[in-house]
Design a binder for this molecule. Structure first.
Ligand SMILES: [Zn+2]
Length: 271
């Protein structure tokens, strides 16, 4: 029952590096969920501190992103000359293709160009997919168009499970969310860190979960058809910004997740 969904930094798999939803003026943050269920500390140890980077010359230091941060906010607070664009440029390799997606715990180098940890982050781009190719046989994407922020199973100590149990679709609050396939709603309501959440059981016995909704359009026990609107995306629960956290599970509960992207693809959905 503990609702501990987690989010971690964006991990990419392939194509188009796209800047999705770059915030106006600042940076629309996308959020990490840090187990509100109380099982683990809400914030990674170093999250709120700025520590001097060991052998760095000049005034280079490392800053650990904390909940609520945006690149522009950090740039201002740390007096980064060049502002958030410089900060982003210096940390492009760890932030990835989307400056609006930074997650608590992410380490940014301030004061000098970060040495590209190419080995571990070639990973960070945002995947974009075309809205029209989104429908498969009996299955569809939960959002018409979006980019994937944090991929499934991205590892991270800040998630109680040790990895991201779903995939995050970067969409602004109010985006219509659709049932990926016909099924029966097994729960619709507040669920801890997941905020407003809908869980639907499908004919194959799998469950789809949609979290952080701003509003719900279905209720428990209701049957839904493929593509039926189940609510609007939002930022309820433990998040620092709006997005849809989406999971595919083998049971209605947390902890039984399977790869949601692979599942959708297996059902003919392009993403
Ligand atoms: Zn998520």
């Amino acid at each position: 029952m503990p609702a501990k969904g987690k989010h971690r930094r964006p991990k990419s798999q392939s194509f188009s590096r796209t800047i999705a939803i770059a915030g106006v003026g600042g940076v629309a943050l996308a959020l990490p969920l840090m187990g509100a269920a109380g099982v683990h500390a809400a914030t990674p140890a170093a999250a709120h501190s700025v520590v001097k980077a060991a052998a760095a010359p000049a005034a280079a230091k490392t800053y650990a992103v904390k909940a609520g941060d945006t690149l522009s906010k950090i740039a201002d607070a740390q007096n980064v000359s060049g502002g958030w664009k410089k900060l982003y440029s210096d940390n492009r390799s760890v932030v990835g293709g989307n400056p609006s997606l930074i997650h608590p715990g992410l380490k940014l180098t301030i004061g000098q160009k970060a040495a590209a940890p190419a080995a571990k982050s070639p990973a960070t781009a945002t995947q974009a997919f075309a809205p029209k190719a989104a429908t498969g046989a009996g299955y569809t994407l939960p959002v018409q168009s979006a980019s994937i922020g944090t991929a499934y199973k991205t590892a991270g100590s800040m998630w109680s499970s040790g990895y991201h149990t779903g995939v995050d679709f970067v969409v602004p609050t109010g985006t219509p969310l659709k049932a990926i396939a016909a099924g029966t709603v097994v729960s619709a309501g507040l669920d801890g860190a997941y905020g407003n959440e809908v869980v639907i059981q499908h004919a194959d016995g799998k469950y789809s979960q949609y979290a952080h909704l701003s509003s719900l359009a279905v209720s428990s026990g209701q049957t839904v058809t493929e593509g039926q609107r189940i609510g609007l995306s939002g930022a309820t629960g433990n998040v620092t910004g709006p997005h849809l956290h989406f999971e595919i599970r083998t049971t209605p509960s947390y902890g039984s997740d399977v790869d949601p992207v692979a599942y959708l693809r297996a059902h003919g959905v392009s993403l």
